[in-house]
Design a protein around this ligand. Structure first.
Ligand SMILES: *[C@@H]1O[C@H](CO)[C@@H](O)[C@H](O)[C@H]1NC(C)=O
Ligand SMILES: *[C@@H]1O[C@H](CO)[C@@H](O)[C@H](O)[C@H]1NC(C)=O
Ligand SMILES: *[C@@H]1O[C@H](CO)[C@@H](O)[C@H](O)[C@H]1NC(C)=O
Ligand SMILES: *[C@@H]1O[C@H](CO)[C@@H](O)[C@H](O)[C@H]1NC(C)=O
Ligand SMILES: *[C@@H]1O[C@H](CO)[C@@H](O)[C@H](O)[C@H]1NC(C)=O
Ligand SMILES: *[C@@H]1O[C@H](CO)[C@@H](O)[C@H](O)[C@H]1NC(C)=O
Ligand SMILES: *[C@@H]1O[C@H](CO)[C@@H](O)[C@H](O)[C@H]1NC(C)=O
Ligand SMILES: CC(=O)N[C@H]1CO[C@H](CO)[C@@H](O)[C@@H]1O
Ligand SMILES: [Ca+2]
Length: 804
């Protein structure tokens, strides 16, 4: 598929635009693609004028692309794929948290024929280049300096992160069974002790989905043809041979069949997806997002690729170095997909790595550190003790290591002909990463078989390090530990003699108890009703059909008794013998700081078994009429605790409080107001926008609209607050009224709010129509050190309330 075909689906007017249009194109030019992220304003400009991006290139005057290079523009990610991802986020309760991929473009420099690309492909078949060509580095530097450009990176395939092993190193498959040569399966300290994991239900990976993203495979190799590996999308490309993907899949999926070896998880379901989106063009973020569209929470995505360093330095870096790839990985992990990423063959200290903008994105101790949620894998030697392999990247970002040499697995040739080869010696962070996927899949399989639940990405990432095998010289190697499945299984799945409960209340429907990366304060588990429910377990618990329904609460009516219920789950490995949950109310506020909380009461729950396939419902918590204030709308906070998973202490600095809100799964917020639909006149809702409680801090106020066309929304704020936040509107006495958009997300204001300040605002709404999914939210974001993060929101949902 050529890029112009892609774009014509989504844009009408974008054609091939000729730049520097003097020379003829007879001269062969260097042809390549880049990904470009525009600022929102520049994105609008590009929409209005399809030549806009071309003018950016004119301003940077790139050298080395021939006399008359052409610039062709299209979207980086297909619109259908973006829509699918948005829908996934919506289903998971993450309505507006999906990154916006519309502002990412894919730009091709050069002619469209593909002819040159084909030549490059053949020439670079055997490339040993590990740095970007200088003219590409210059182009990137030129573009990133433009104010309209937020991010830019090349779309180029690199050799997969292996060392050697790509040529024919095949060994006759009629040899003795090879399993004894698979030392990586053996007990620690030599291997990960997959053989121990096989002794447990689910320990062969049954029920676990694995997707390998790379370039080429022989998916009908004799030793895994019975595994029925399928192809998701892209082009099966033999540029560096089909051997690499074949060796990767074998480590995980060689079958137990009296030939060759046995993979770590022969019972898992394997699929592959190519980063070549067509025969000539690679696009890693697009491949990741397409994989995500076809995957479920708890599946494992393996990223077997690496990137050139965009700063031009020699030595490959992990694929998440590029912003679009990073955002795509975040999408995956926030939807509960476990992402395992090769740490890359660059021999580099990732802690010291700095981007073109001077950020240390891989250094966990730096304020620039950014968390994709992926598990990064380094490479160690096969012998004991395990030294860091000379080519492996290292540093605090590396979560675990595994064998980077001598990995016995399946192999094939260059011609896609051989389905019976094996190799003794697959290597690189390439060979290490599938071992870690295998370890994760064993744990996921056991969890599924014994507890009926899959685990989330951060839970598994932490688990893989439990009592792991250290490298030879940890202070020097800095590649963390190699997973030891016996130690992990004995610690976490040990039939209630160890481990701990880990009870949690969901922050939103898609929350599995990991630190939230999306919406806070939309808990479906804090439920308020006007009448007591006769059988709360039947109405709200597992099997009730209401498990993922966020609309179970009814409006609060002052002067009436109400009933509150809280639903808890336990994702730990031991039952919680008892638990309790305390609920507070607050006036509606975008940020519900503890000084606004008023206690309603505490409910004590029965034991919560260590299987997170069960929602346990608290007994009724009565909120009596005389305690219900008259303001009409409320937010609720619930804090839960049990033996060995206590009620968390409420922190007293604001940064710690934000961490607590986002990361502590024993605390949840429900700032949801169900509003009976009324179509005549303005409905008015009070809402407080507080400052932090400890010092003056900077906040963004955002509005997120999902109201039908023809609805009207405005916000009335105190004049002083409008001044601080830069909000412009009509003055009405000591208030300012600003019109908002009913169906869009927009920034209302940004500014410094005083400690302890409480701006009393009012949202005014006219909804057009009474049916469907009408919703409006005000979101408060803190401009903290690592960027802007959501700290709270109030959502008004208009429409009928679920009958129970
Ligand atoms: C996303 O796409 C996949 C694959 O085409 C499809 O099975 C799935 O239903 C889609 N999901 C949503 C939420 O649209
Ligand atoms: C790569 O190089 C090998 C060895 O020269 C050759 O046999 C093979 O055809 C080449 N592959 C491609 C895709 O050009
Ligand atoms: C690849 O390059 C290396 C080093 O330049 C050379 O020794 C080797 O023969 C080449 N292999 C092929 C298949 O061209
Ligand atoms: C837990 O008990 C079951 C049943 O007795 C047993 O099959 C399983 O191996 C035990 N698990 C562990 C980790 O010991
Ligand atoms: C609320 O409940 C209390 C205690 O159960 C009861 O005495 C009171 O009459 C109830 N009030 C209303 C308005 O239903
Ligand atoms: C709630 O449970 C925690 C931990 O089990 C306990 O320390 C606390 O006293 C309990 N609170 C109430 C009010 O029962
Ligand atoms: C209100 O919604 C209806 C459809 O429900 C639509 O036909 C009408 O145009 C909308 N009103 C306005 C003012 O947009
Ligand atoms: C196969 C391959 O690309 N090997 C490279 C791994 O990284 C080291 C250090 O950057 C290079 O020297 C190798 O050529
Ligand atoms: Ca076999």
């Amino acid at each position: 598929m050529k890029i112009s075909t892609v774009q014509s689906v989504f844009y009408n007017a974008l054609g091939v635009l000729s730049l520097w249009a003097t020379a003829s194109s007879a001269q062969q030019e260097d042809q390549f693609r880049i990904a470009l992220k525009l600022t929102p304003e520049a994105h609008q400009q590009q929409h209005a004028d399809p030549n806009f991006i071309t003018t950016l290139f004119q301003r940077t005057q790139p050298q080395g692309f021939g006399a008359a290079p052409q610039v062709t523009t299209g979207p980086l990610i297909g619109a259908q794929r973006s829509a699918n991802i948005s829908a996934r986020f919506a289903l998971a309760g993450k309505r507006d948290a999906a990154p916006n991929f519309d502002v990412w473009y894919q730009i091709q420099l050069g002619s469209e024929s593909g002819e040159q690309a084909r030549r490059d492909t053949e020439a670079q078949n055997n490339t040993t280049e590990t740095a970007l060509p200088q003219h590409i580095v210059e182009l990137i530097r030129g573009l990133i300096e433009l104010p309209e450009v937020e991010s830019v990176h090349p779309l180029l395939a690199t050799p997969p992160p292996t060392i050697g092993g790509l040529g024919p190193r095949a060994i006759d498959a009629s040899d003795d069974p090879r399993s004894p040569d698979q030392g990586y399966l053996n007990p620690a300290p030599q291997g990960i002790d997959a053989r121990y994991g096989w002794g447990f239900p689910g320990g062969d990976g049954t029920g676990v989905g694995i997707v390998d993203m790379e370039q080429g495979w022989k998916i009908d190799h004799q030793d895994f043809i019975a595994a029925g590996i399928t192809f998701i999308s892209g082009f099966n490309k033999g540029r560096w041979g089909f051997a690499h993907g074949t060796s990767v899949m074998g480590e995980m999926l060689m079958q137990d069949n009296q030939m060759g070896g046995v993979g770590i998880v022969p019972g898992a379901k394997g699929r592959v997806i190519s980063l070549w989106r067509d025969e000539w063009w690679p696009n890693v973020p697009d491949a990741i997002l397409d994989a995500v569209a076809h995957m479920s929470a708890g599946d494992i995505l393996l990223l077997e690729a690496q990137e050139y360093d965009p700063t031009g330095v020699i030595g490959y870096v992990p694929v998440e170095v590029f912003d679009a790839t990073f955002e795509a990985i975040q999408v995956a992990t926030s939807l509960g997909i476990i992402v395992v990423e090769a740490g890359a063959n660059g021999s580099r200290d990732l802690d010291a790595y700095t981007t073109l903008l001077g950020k240390q994105i891989f250094n966990r101790a730096s304020p620039d550190y950014r968390e994709s949620g992926a598990i990064l894998v380094g490479a160690g030697s096969s012998g004991v003790p395990h030294y860091r392999m000379w080519f492996s990247n290292y540093g605090s970002r590396i979560d675990v290591f595994a064998w980077g040499e001598n990995v016995d697995t399946t192999d094939t040739d260059y011609s896609y002909g051989t389905e019976s080869w094996y190799t003794c010696c697959f290597s690189g962070t390439s060979s290490a990463s599938p071992i870690v996927v295998g370890a994760a899949a064993i744990l996921q399989g056991i969890s599924l078989a014994t507890r009926g639940a899959k685990m989330g990405p951060l839970e598994i990432r932490d688990m893989l390090k439990i009592n792991g095998t250290p490298s030879a010289d940890p202070a020097y190697d800095r590649i963390s530990v190699m997973p030891n499945l016996k130690a992990i299984i004995d610690t976490v799945f040990n039939n209630n003699t160890g481990g701990n409960p880990d009870i949690y209340i969901r922050d939103h429907v898609g929350d599995t108890g990991d630190a939230t990366s999306g919406v806070v304060s939309s808990s479906p588990d804090i439920i308020i009703r006007q009448q007591p429910i006769a059988n709360p377990d039947a109405a709200l618990g597992s099997g009730s059909g209401t498990e993922t329904n966020p609309s179970l609460s009814q409006p609060v009516v002052s002067g009436q008794n109400h009933s509150l219920y809280v639903r808890l789950q336990n994702r730990g490995t031991r039952a919680a013998s008892s638990a309790n949950v305390t609920v507070y109310w607050s006036e509606p506020a975008t940020l519900v700081t503890p000084n606004l909380w008023t206690e309603i009461g505490t409910a004590t729950l029965p034991a919560i078994p260590a299987t997170s396939n069960g929602l346990i419902v608290s007994p009724r918590l009565a909120w009596l009429a005389d305690k219900v204030p008259a303001s009409g709308h409320y937010c609720f906070v619930a804090l839960a605790g049990s033996d060995n998973d206590p009620v968390p202490a409420v922190p007293n600095t604001f940064p710690d409080f934000v961490k607590f809100v986002r990361e502590n799964n024993n605390a949840a917020w429900r700032n949801f107001n169900a509003i009976p639909a009324a179509t005549d006149g303005w409905q008015k809702f009070p809402v407080t926008v507080p400052g932090a409680f400890d010092s003056a801090r900077e906040f963004v106020l955002k509005a997120v609209g999902h109201l039908p066309q023809g609805s009207k929304v405005r916000l009335q704020v105190p004049k002083e607050f409008a001044g601080k936040m830069g909000i412009k509107g009509c003055n009405k006495g000591d208030k300012v009224v600003v019109g908002l958009k009913p169906g869009e997300t927009l920034q209302v204001g940004v500014g410094l709010l005083d400690a302890g300040s409480l701006a009393k605002c009012e949202l005014q709404v006219q909804v057009n129509g009474t049916e469907g999914d009408a919703e409006y939210a005000l979101v408060q974001e803190w401009v903290g050190e690592g960027g802007t993060i959501e700290v709270g929101r109030v959502t008004w949902r208009f429409g009928p309330v679920v009958e129970l």
